[in-house]
Design a protein around this ligand. Sequence first.
Ligand code: PGA
Length: 325
Amino acid sequence: MRHATFRQLKVFETIARHLSFTRAAEELFLTQPTVSMQIKQLTDIVGLPLFEQIGKRIHLTDAGRELYTTCQEIFGSLERFEMKVADHKGLKKGRLRLAVITTAKYFAPRVLGPFCQRYPGIDISLKVTNRERVLERLSENMDDLYILGQPPENLGTNFQPFMENPLVMVARADHPLAKRKNIPLQRIAEEPFIMREPGSGIRQATQQLFEENGISLRVRMEMGSNEAIKQGIAGGLGIAALSVHTLALDWISGEFAILDVEGFPILRHWYIAYPGDKKLSVVAQAFHDYLLNEGRQVAEAPFNDPRIVWPEKILKAIKAPLPTA
Ligand code: PGA
């Protein structure tokens, strides 16, 4: 049967349904000799007659009946598949697999909110992990889209910035440096510092700035979570560089201060990325477009809330225009 074509099976199924070559030819807009030829070829492939003629009427043979059942299953599955695809195209149903870097968890679920309301049939899987692991997942093509705090190094990745990602130096509100202006980087090196884990994008960006200036930080401890670091700062363990997005909901508590350090905020962006040779699903394309067009406004809601007073310098960094390609 491997050599049978879909066209032959379709012709057979139509004849079997009508038990008439003439009506099958009409339904399929084919001539009767073409229909007969297709059935002859299919009969040769099967190796047994599929129809028998008794008087003027045709009947299915046993092999014909078996093949008719098989055809119904095949065309039924294809039809269900086509419906699913149509649903996907209409964004009624589908799945979006997102992998985001640890710090993006401070805005990614918020951004997903209006998207899910718009397309309630779409299921979301959101994987949150650090930069190293996100890059691994990207190279293994495990998800539809990836959100990172700096562009992936691998060539051949398609990426676009969609929002600012300033890194700020955070201390406890009552820290002696909290009220100082233009604190030199060198002065920060005297403070106990809480550093993110190896593999973190924030760690990489912070280390780079200090190394470029020939300054070593006094790292008191390493922590693998922004939340743990904020607790550490609140507990007086030290100061840390964090994405301003990690403070979005905490700033109003008044527990933290953003230090006015030279070279800070470190201006970075959030990127949406996917492998360059990947064809995005309809759902992934819709989310990609939504993120680029509306994501920033949704994610930045806490920075637009008039009840929350942010330092002028931070607001300016958050509102900066994105670089153009
Ligand atoms: P991280 O990345 O959560 O892995 O530190 C965030 C960033 O690069 O801004």
